[in-house]
Design a protein around this ligand. Sequence first.
Ligand SMILES: [Zn+2]
Length: 321
Amino acid sequence: MSPNIRSFVRDLAGDLLYATGITQPSKRIKDHPFSIVTFHRVLPAELLKSYPINGIAVTPSEFEWFVKLFKKHFICGTLSENFARWQAGEVTERPLLSITFDDGQLDNFVYAQPILKAAKIPATFFAVTNGVEYNETLWYDRLAYAAVKAGKSPVNIVEQAKTLSVGERLNLVQKFEQEVGGLARPDWDGMMNWQQLAELAEYGHEIGCHSMTHPILPLCNDTSLQDEIVLSRKILQENLNTPITSFCYPNGDADQRIINLVEEAGYTKAVTTKWGQNNNSNSPFTLKRFDIQGKTSRSRLGDLSESRLAWRLSPYFPKRM
Ligand SMILES: [Zn+2]
């Protein structure tokens, strides 16, 4: 099938499924599903141009559109609030959905927070404690910015780096940065600080833990896992004076050793990057999420499509589309 025909068929299928009702969230309420959506960055178009991993970014107007539709079709609440309702088997008017943000980027506070405030929707923000404490750019962003400056493909280099040991990965980041004359992050970029996280918590949002340095956890030794999972939680709790009960595995990577430690550390749930909605058979420590992007929610004509988003958030969406 040519790409044009394929996108036509895809739009048509999305519209038909929506018209029959099977992809409409309200029609699935008897299954008692719990949907969690993932965002990373919310960047205006002019900043998005200089952000190398733009597949994990949406614009403020796209985000506003998503929030409006989530509010229309779901009961939106923080991960902890909706998780409690879901676990209790609470019967709700619409299905449950929680908006989550990974990484604690400053753009979340500047561009997403006002939109959530206007819509009166609380979300969950997963912070990386060294990012908060030292305004330390996460390793994958450092590597991507430096790779672009060095004329290399940032996405491929970041993907390859995820397979390296912690030490090898840091060496690679430093090698690239030396090559291009130091930290290549633009001035507008940065991480949220303690004050901003405290403000989010004050507005009713939840702060969750996303480790101390955003490593690939299964590649870490037991000693560093204590810092990444246990100490990071303690630091967040002490600085924000609020219980931290949700964990997010960096890059979604976890094995049984990691899952056990997260549970022992006192978290009550953890999210992965595994695609899909949660049903009663899901373990609280391997919750699935839907990664949300602007481009995959658009029709072939380029407009954001309600039927397409509803299809993507349904169990009927084929992974390869
Ligand atoms: Zn992350």
